[in-house]
Structures are given as C-alpha cells and as structure tokens.
Design a binder for this molecule. Structure first.
Ligand SMILES: *Cc1c(COP(=O)(O)O)cnc(C)c1O
Length: 405
C-alpha cells in the first residue's frame, strides 16, 4: 500500500499520525454508492466511525445521508453539507437539548430506543408545535457473531426496544399526536463478516414488519442499520468490501413492499481501510522471555486493541518486504509462504505504546523483521473508530492527520 515516495515522506514527518489514503476512500465510497443505487437502497454514513473533516467532505460528496448518535453529530452533519432530509438520529440516551436541536434542524428521523423516549420527543415536539418523524429501534435478538463488546442486538443489550414491549410501543404511537411513525430500525452489531447474520436479521425484520402491518401501522422505512465488517487481516488484498453481496442479501431476503424504502447505516466498512496509524520505534527492549517494540503511539491514538482486543495488521515500513510475518495467528491469515518471501530474519515482539498502563499493547508476539529505533511502523485498517477515539490521557498531544494529497 505504501510506495517508496510515501515512506520517504513519512520519514520527514513527526510521528505519530494518521495517514489517510483519500483515493482509496473515494473508491470505497463509489463502490458502495454504485452497489446501493443498483437496488435503490439509501445509505447513511455512521459518523461516529470517523468525523475527520476530510472524511466527512468525501462522504458527503457522494450524496450519502448521515447517521448520528449525538446532538453534536447532527450539527456537524448539517454543517458539512449533509442533506438534513437524510439525517437520522439514534442513541439510547438522547438529552432534551439534543432532541430540541434535532427538532429545530428538521432531520429526517429519530431512531427511538424506548417508550420513555417516545414520550419525551412527543412532549418536546408539541412545545414547538412540530411533529417528529420516528422509527422504532427494535432489538431483534440476532447474534452478530462478533466480539461481545460490539454486539448490540441481543436481549441483554441496552439498545432498542425488545419485541415483548411492542404492544406498549404501539399504544404510545397511537396516543402521542406529535410523533409520526415512519418505520422500523435495527442495528445488531459491528464488524460482521458472516452474511448469515444479515440473513437472520432479514427474517426478524420481516416478522416485526408483519407485526406492525397487522396492528394497523404503515411501515414506510425499513432501516437495517450497519455493521458490515472489513478484513483486518489482509488490508491490501481486500481493501474494498463486497458491497454487492451485502446489499443482495437484503434484496433477496427482505420482504420489501411497493413504496417502501430500505435504509442502511454503514460506518466502519466505508472508512476503515483508508487510514493507517503511522508511528516510530522509540526503543527495542530485549527481555528474558519477551522482546518489546516500544512505539511513540499507544492507546491514546488507537484504543481498539486495548478496548476490545481488536486485531490490526502491523508492518515495519523501514524494511524491504515490510509485511508483518504472519504464522498462524488467525484462521483467516493467508498462507505463511506468501508473507515470508522477503523476510530473512524475523523476531517476535510485543508491540507496545508509551502510555502508563499495562494494557497499552497493540499485540503480543508479533512476528516482524528485526526492528530498530527509528523504524516506521504502520498499524493498518485504522480508519474507523481510530482517530475519533483518541484521548488526551497522560496529557498527550492530539494525534495529527496526514493526507495522501
Ligand atoms: C455505530 C452504529 C452504526 C455503524 O456501525 P458500523 O459497524 O460502523 O457499520 C450504525 N447504526 C447505529 C445506530 C450505530 O450506533
């Protein structure tokens, strides 16, 4: 992914920083756009994945809507030129201030997560003499087969209303005059790569859709949420997800009636592969049982490995044949021979950051070519839930961003 010119450029810059390949970002956005257009589906970008200004500009330029989970995201989406008629607002704890701001902005839809929230939106809308469009977020109890920290669609999760609460939802919808029911909303988790999960989701959506039909509600919008995953193990071979197969599952398995709209909220899959965290080796510490590569980036720049044991490919860009040497770290890993071709000697390192926490480790026992102080290290597939989760812990500088153009 990185040619020699890019690596030379990196050597002149102060590390750490996020490097954005804007060309790959646009290619990904175009691929998604074309695949969704083919089926007439609507896609909202889940802004929380990455709200870097250049990323938002690129996403907006392809005409996507925005999926927001805070009042400030709603505000930013509109500032960045997203059509307010394509802004949806989810979140289990929307404050009165956030709801009021979204009512003022006249967004497309609130994705409502509880009966209590319906009441509050109704009351606040009434005070403004407005009617709020709402979709009900329903918990379909579908197991996303992803890390349990990032599942959201099980009965035990805090998100959405459960199916046994639908009668209460129906009562509230009938009672409240300042809300307009437009549809049903789902989001079962993140980093989902098993298409069967989406098939199961379709089956559940169909059941719930039928329930609303039978109870006299007109369902205009079917919103299947996001969650499509990316390949963290082969960022170069699989840099753009198979959007067509994903949307086709919904085309094939969702019961879509004439006049109904199908909406999606994709975050990670649109942005993850287009950025890497670039860092330098500060120290190589050889211990009795362990060798450590101490980087100048840590959990303050990219917390995903520490927060939910996320895997990121790690590469030493200063070596020829810079690919990380993968042995059998994962079932998905490509055959070893492919990656070993350039590497003469490899060492196992625990790749760690400088932060004063033992969990500040990108990964243990990473096979890398022998590495030295000053070597450039790339942590790949860091464009989603990376820069946006950076923190100032240890009074660290805010991580910089560098762009391919
Ligand atoms: C985070 C989120 C998404 C996007 O999830 P990805 O896994 O990044 O696609 C979509 N919808 C809602 C409601 C979310 O909270």
């Amino acid at each position: 992914m990185f040619n020699n010119d890019t690596i030379t450029r990196f050597q002149q810059l102060e590390t750490p920083f996020y490097y954005y390949d804007l060309n790959l970002l646009r290619q990904t956005l175009r691929a998604c756009r074309e695949a969704s257009d083919k089926y007439g589906f609507h896609v909202h970008y889940a802004m929380k994945a990455n709200f870097n200004p250049k990323v938002l500009e690129a996403v907006q330029s392809f005409g996507f809507g925005a999926d927001c989970v805070s009042g400030n995201e709603v505000k930013a989406a509109i500032e960045y030129g997203f059509d307010k008629g394509k802004v949806v607002f989810a979140g289990v704890g929307k404050s009165d201030r956030e709801i009021n701001a979204a009512l003022d902005a006249e967004i497309f839809c609130f994705n409502v997560e509880s009966v209590q929230e319906l009441e509050v939106i109704n009351e606040l809308a009434a005070a403004k003499g407005k009617t709020a469009r709402v979709a009900i977020r329903i918990n379909p109890n579908v197991d996303a087969h992803t890390h349990h920290y990032i599942t959201t669609g099980l009965d035990e999760n805090k998100f959405g209303v459960n199916t046994w609460q639908l009668n209460d939802v129906a009562d509230a919808l009938r009672k409240h005059k300042n809300i307009q029911f437009i549809g049903i909303h789902f989001h079962v988790g993140s980093q989902i790569t098993d298409m069967d999960v989406f098939k199961s989701l379709c089956v559940k959506i169909n059941e719930i859709h039928q329930w609303f039909d039978e109870h006299g509600f007109t369902v205009k919008v079917l919103n299947a949420g996001g969650g499509l995953g990316v390949d963290y193990y082969s960022p170069d071979n699989n840099n753009i997800a198979d959007f067509d197969s994903y949307f086709k599952v919904f085309k094939d398995f969702l019961n879509i009636k004439p006049g109904q709209e199908v909406h999606f909220e994709l975050g990670r899959v649109l942005v993850a592969q287009s950025a890497s965290l670039i860092s330098k080796v500060l120290y190589v510490k050889n211990g009795l049982k362990k060798n450590f590569l101490v980087l100048d980036a840590g959990m303050t720049e990219l917390i995903r490995p520490m927060l939910y044991q996320a895997y990121h490919q790690i590469e030493n860009l200063s070596k020829s044949g810079s690919l990380e040497v993968r042995k059998s770290e994962s079932p998905e890993a490509a055959p070893t021979t492919h990656n070993l071709q350039h590497t003469t000697q490899s060492t196992k390192y625990d790749v760690v950051g400088p932060i004063c926490e033992s969990t500040d480790c990108f990964r243990k026992d990473v096979d890398l070519p022998e590495s030295f102080r000053g070597d450039l290290i790339a942590v790949r597939t860091a464009g989603a839930y990376g820069e946006v989760m950076a923190s100032g812990y240890n009074l660290r500088d805010r991580v910089a961003s560098v762009y391919s153009e």
